[in-house]
Design a protein around this ligand. Structure first.
Ligand code: FAD
Ligand code: NAI
Length: 465
């Protein structure tokens, strides 16, 4: 049998692509080298990290916030194995869900390592050493990404861990050293800080969360300071010496200067992720690569006819929803439709407390591009719902084109910001203006009223400040 489409990798990019292609009438096969579907996101990324972030946040609220709400329960005690079980159950439910959906859509599943034997041929090497060959009209590479290593540092996933090891620690480290103040460092640093670890973050740059709106990042760092995080910005790690009970990390100023040492029970290396293409046979197949990423055109096609690529393995932000949307788009293109992804409107969320959510351009990007813009800001201290939840940290910032009022970017620091950003994304997808947002009726009392007020503030007419 010849498949219409064979997809290598069943992370959010691959499995969504498979389902959409099957919906469109294609005969689809997927190849997955892990024993489970769902990729990085469901197994060792988005889902387990959010399960631990939620549970640890409840723990922190019980410890610090309940008395002010008139709830007296005494100091909470941690049952870490039960918290880990909550995480594992959440992962299992999601992973099983993907298996069910693939079956429901009659997608053929092959477990094993996929490689491109030739255009139109995918070899699947099973754990038993047997190799099967699939004939296929088209191939989509959706093999995702892997941890970027820190040169000279061995990750043993016990003392020196990547995000994967940081999701399965069997006890709370007294001292956790995090290398990299990016999304993983701050999310997983938050989990262990809430459970009692003293967290020190070493960051090469002079700021946290590079790429995010600078004003948001600065205010967020002050909040993390209050939560007990220690930051060593503009510092790089020169050496990590791991023993059986902990590690000594030598750090030095990024610009050069005197080194200092930090002692930690666990060191989390979170300096980014890199595309994963090992063993795929791309070189042999003649697929063009650039700095580790598979090169594609705006139809997700590589330079080799019949071979496409999506998700973390190609350009753009390494985000699950970006991979999913690319998966849908390429399936629609292969079916003769006009699938596309609007890269200008891909929300990004950091799931800390408070959360950070952002869509569109930052002020820094608008300045660099010479775009004239207006700003509307509204603080959660002036929002009734935020006060009622004692969640007044943060603000909403709307950036609109000075001439047309079209919304160019929205940045939110606040509880539940990840949910609030969706209305900004819809507005921007429709090319909406700050006036459109300001004239839309928002339910009271909700955190979303702060989004409306920030839109009103673009025209200097916020009501509650
Ligand atoms: P992946 O999910 O990496 O899937 C690729 C799949 O391909 C894997 O299952 C792999 O086993 C398989 N594979 C690889 N090579 C082969 C081969 N040769 N043969 C067969 N199979 C192969 N993103 C968000 O949007 N929100 C979040 O909250 C978020 N949290 C994260 C937290 C952590 C700790 C991490 C590490 C990442 C997080 N991400 C998050 C990023 C997100 O996980 C990725 O962007 C997303 O998984 C990319 O999807 P993908 O389908 O491109 O690749
Ligand atoms: P990141 O790119 O977000 O952050 C890495 C940080 O490490 C940067 O601040 C960088 O300046 C710093 N750094 C790099 N080299 C360094 C060094 N030698 N010493 C000190 N600091 C150094 O990468 P991170 O946090 O590892 O996450 C990887 C990717 O996973 C993210 O970019 C994102 O795409 C995805 N992700 C998304 C999440 C979400 O959407 N909520 C959650 C977690 C991961």
């Amino acid at each position: 049998m010849t498949y219409d489409l064979t997809i290598i990798g069943t992370g959010p990019g691959g499995y969504v692509c498979a389902i959409r292609a099957a919906q469109l009438g294609m005969k689809v096969a997927v190849v997955e080298k892990r024993p489970k579907h769902g990729g990085t996101c469901l197994n060792v990324g988005c889902i387990p990290s959010k399960a631990l972030l939620y549970a640890s946040e409840m723990f922190a609220q019980a410890a610090h916030d309940f008395p002010a709400l008139g709830i007296v329960v005494g100091a909470p005690t941690l049952d870490l194995p039960a918290m880990m079980k909550h995480k594992d159950d959440t992962v299992a439910a999601n992973v099983n869900g993907v298996g069910f959906l693939l079956k429901k859509n009659k997608v053929d599943v092959f477990f094993g390592t996929g490689s491109i034997a030739a255009p139109g041929k995918v070899a699947v090497s099973g754990e038993d050493g047997k190799v099967a060959e699939l004939e296929t009209k088209n191939i989509v590479i959706a093999t995702g990404s892997d941890v970027t290593p820190l040169p000279g540092v061995t990750i043993d996933e016990k003392i020196v861990v990547s995000s994967t090891g940081a999701l399965t620690l069997d006890k709370v480290p007294a001292k956790l050293i995090v290398v990299g103040a990016g999304v993983i460092g701050l999310e997983l640093g938050s989990v262990w800080a809430r459970l009692g670890a003293e967290v020190t973050v070493v960051e090469f740059l002079d700021r946290i969360l590079p790429g995010m709106d600078t004003e948001v990042a600065k205010q967020f760092q002050r909040i993390l300071d209050k939560q007990g995080f220690k930051f060593l910005l503009s510092h790089k790690v020169a050496k990590v010496e791991a023993g059986s009970a902990g590690a000594t990390v030598t750090v030095e100023p990024a610009a050069g200067g005197e080194a200092q040492t930090l002692a930690g029970d666990v060191v989390l290396v979170a300096i980014g992720r890199r595309p994963y293409t090992e063993g795929l046979g791309l070189e042999k197949a003649g697929v063009a690569m650039e700095r580790g990423r598979v090169v594609i055109d705006d139809r997700f096609a590589t330079n080799v006819p019949g071979i496409y690529a999506i998700g973390d393995v190609v350009r753009g932000p390494m985000l699950a929803h970006k991979a999913e949307d690319e998966g849908m788009a390429v399936a629609e293109i292969l079916a003769g439709q006009h699938g596309h992804v609007n890269y200008g409107v891909i929300p990004g969320v950091v799931y800390t407390e408070p959360e950070i959510a952002s869509v569109g351009k930052t002020e820094e990007e608008l300045k660099a591009a010479g775009v004239a813009y207006k700003i509307g800001k509204f603080p959660f201290t002036a929002n009734g719902r935020a006060r009622s939840m004692r969640a007044t940290d943060g603000f909403v910032k709307v950036l609109a084109d000075a001439a047309t009022d079209r919304v160019l970017g929205v940045h939110i620091l606040g509880r539940g910001a990840g949910e609030l950003i969706a209305e900004a994304a819809v507005l921007m997808e429709f090319g909406g203006s700050a006036e459109d947002l300001a004239r839309t009726c928002h339910a009271h009392p909700t955190m979303s009223e702060a989004v409306k007020e920030a839109a009103l503030a673009v025209d200097k007419r916020a009501i509650h400040t």
